[in-house]
Ligand binder design. Structure first.
Ligand SMILES: Nc1ncnc2c1ncn2[C@@H]1O[C@H](COP(=O)(O)OP(=O)(O)O)[C@@H](O)[C@H]1O
Ligand SMILES: [Mg+2]
Length: 335
């Protein structure tokens, strides 16, 4: 087993709304990523993926609050750090974070090279502009981005180019973990492929040591990440290798998400997603029983009464359902 880059145990975080209501958006998430590995996190909109991304960095500011659990980056506990400490000593160097819709947040009036100067100077104010330029030029070239991009403004770049530029800027300090929140969701198929290729290159060339790829489209992760976790209503409901998750789904939710989908080419969305009828529960008042029971066509009255724990079945594989493997096989066989 490789060195663990990110180790998260039973992390619970919540939003406190203006009306003092608690929203339990991340409710007991555990995960581990080894050096050289990538993890995909998939789930419907509103299940807590973006909140999990923020929570994993220990970057808590209102209305998001840490409740409990531990986060270790390369053996260092960051869950007790202040946002200021996280910003100074974690972001960029230990963890790079690409927020959802990041490319639209680039200041359009600033040249790309200035963003790189900002990132590098936040870490070390003494580095000269010349050294930053040389470093950026070399990194951009290795990643297949033309040097000319450095002198351009964000508005002059196409969507795909802007997103790849954002990724190159965020990872310039070669962090241990890259967390990318829906990095390809707003792009056309060709740009999606290029973004995914770039993220793989970052891993292969050792510019990042591990990666989390978040998406609301589970099949997109096939052939993109080593492992996948599926999230539902603030919790992980299943985990396994990408192949197991796609071809041998255990949890009825994952099974429903995969539906009769033909697995697409790596990192593309030319698939028809099967919709699961119903809506996820309200995270202000999560149900006492299984959170998926209301939408599960196999649910029994017991499912609504008792919350199933995550069942570890070995080899890194686990699922959160009261049904045994034999029962699951039987119900899916009858479909
Ligand atoms: N600032 C906020 N205040 C209160 N609730 C929020 C806030 N941001 C997100 N939420 C709620 O937290 C839950 C998870 O949201 P989010 O992490 O954005 O989901 P996803 O990224 O999977 O679409 C949702 O129920 C959402 O309504
Ligand atoms: Mg999101």
């Amino acid at each position: 087993m490789g060195k663990i880059m990110l180790d998260v145990k039973d992390l619970k975080t919540k939003y406190v709304t203006r009306f003092k209501e608690d929203v339990y958006a991340v409710d007991g998430v555990s995960l581990q990523i080894e050096e050289g590995k990538s993890l995909g996190i998939a789930g419907e909109s509103g299940c807590g993926k973006s909140t999990l991304a923020l929570s994993l960095m220990g970057y808590y500011f209102a209305p998001l609050h840490y409740m409990s659990g531990s986060i270790e980056v390369d053996g260092r506990n960051i869950s007790n750090m202040t946002p200021d400490q996280v910003r100074k000593s974690i972001l960029g160097t230990e963890i790079a974070y690409i927020p959802q819709a990041a490319m639209n947040a680039l200041n359009p009036t600033q040249k790309i090279i200035r963003f790189l100067e900002d990132v590098i100077h936040a870490h070390d104010p003494k580095v000269s502009k010349k050294d930053i330029y040389d470093m950026a030029k070399e990194r951009f070239e290795i990643l297949g981005l033309p040097e000319s991009v450095l002198q351009k403004h964000a508005v002059e770049l196409s969507g795909g180019m802007k997103q790849r530029t954002v990724i190159a800027i965020s990872t310039i300090l070669s962090p241990k973990v890259l967390i990318a929140d829906e990095p390809s969701s707003a792009l056309d198929v060709t740009s999606q492929k290029m973004v995914i290729k770039m993220m793989r290159d970052l891993m292969e060339k050792g510019f990042i040591k591990s990666m989390i790829f978040i998406t609301h489209e589970l099949p997109l992760l096939y052939n993109v990440t080593d492992d996948i976790m599926v999230m539902y209503a603030g919790q992980i409901v299943e985990k396994g290798t990408a192949k197991e998750m796609v071809f041998d789904s255990l949890h009825p939710y994952t099974y429903g998400l995969m539906g009769s989908i033909i697995v697409p080419e790596a990192g593309t969305r030319d698939v028809k997603l099967t919709a699961i009828p119903g809506t996820p529960p309200n995270l202000k008042r999560p149900p006492a029983g299984c959170r998926f029971a209301d939408r599960c066509k196999y649910a029994t009255p017991e499912c609504k009464a008792f919350a199933p724990a995550m069942k570890d079945i070995g080899g890194g594989r686990a699922y959160r359902c009261s049904m045994s493997l034999e029962q699951l096989k039987e119900v899916y066989g009858r479909d």
